[in-house]
Design a protein around this ligand. Structure first.
Ligand code: GRF
Length: 247
């Protein structure tokens, strides 16, 4: 494992100190690639939209472009190259140790392209979220934009969900919808979804960090009430309206 910003990663005395500190909630962000959602989260922490800060970035790919955002913001980062581990369990154990060493309140998967073992997911149950480029439960898995176009949907989007053992199957807390244009191809549609993601993810993470949203079992609670359906981005963005699921 390699780490950056002169911050060695080792189990430390903060291991059990999972409550937030003076800087707000502690976020650990996992990436594999470009990191545009990481960048959006860093920006939202910096300007106060998220009551928290990114305390570590972890990539399973040494060349992930998103690591540049960590470097630019002087956020400690670690690279755990999954190819250096004999199996999924070995990688996940090493990953869990690095995460625990940062004593996070929330683990944020932002384009992290690894399937996580059931044991790993169970260890961080209720404390780990992912963003997926579709309106779940539609189009789980890969190539969501091409599949949405092939299906002829008129509305597409992105979802933020708590991570469970079921791939892209955990309870969804918030979604952003975008229109599908007649002349879209997967690239143009992906770009529109990504623009929405950069507002969606910070907003959803802010709701969790502020304590308004939490997962209890397979349900999402907002302001103490179970959500019947996911929140929609533009109905909750401005003014923090009451948490009522939208049609
Ligand atoms: C996003 O589209 C996200 O929905 C998916 O992976 C992509 C990551 O993009 N999980 P980036 O690395 O944040 O730019």
């Amino acid at each position: 494992m390699k780490s950056g910003h002169g911050a060695p990663v080792s189990p430390d005395s903060r291991r059990h100190a999972v409550s937030s500190d003076a800087g707000g909630k502690r976020l650990v962000v996992l990436i594999s690639g470009r990191g545009s959602n990481l960048n959006a989260l860093i920006g939202a922490c910096s300007d106060g939209r998220i009551p928290g800060r990114v305390v570590r970035v972890i990539s399973n790919r040494p060349q992930a472009r998103g690591l540049d955002f960590a470097r630019q913001s002087r956020i400690p980062y670690a690279v755990l190259d999954h190819r250096e581990y004999p199996d999924r369990e070995g990688f996940d154990q090493a990953l869990a140790a690095v995460i625990e060493a940062s004593a996070p309140d929330l683990i944020v998967l932002a384009g992290f392209m690894r399937v996580l073992s059931d044991a790993f997911v169970a260890r961080f149950a209720g404390r780990m979220v992912n963003i997926h480029p579709s309106l779940l439960p539609d189009f789980r898995g890969l190539d969501t934009h091409a599949r949405a176009l092939a299906a002829g949907v008129e509305v597409h989007g992105a979802s933020v969900h708590f991570v469970t053992a079921e791939l892209d199957g955990g309870p969804v807390l918030m979604q952003a919808r975008v229109p599908v244009h007649p002349d879209d191809d997967p690239e143009t549609l992906a770009a529109r979804v990504q623009t929405a993601e950069h507002r969606l993810y910070p907003t959803a993470v802010a709701l969790i960090c502020s304590g308004r949203v939490q997962a209890v079992g397979d349900k999402v609670y907002c302001d103490g009430r179970p959500l019947e359906r996911p929140l929609l981005l533009d109905d909750t963005l401005e003014g923090m309206t009451p948490c009522v699921g939208q049609d």
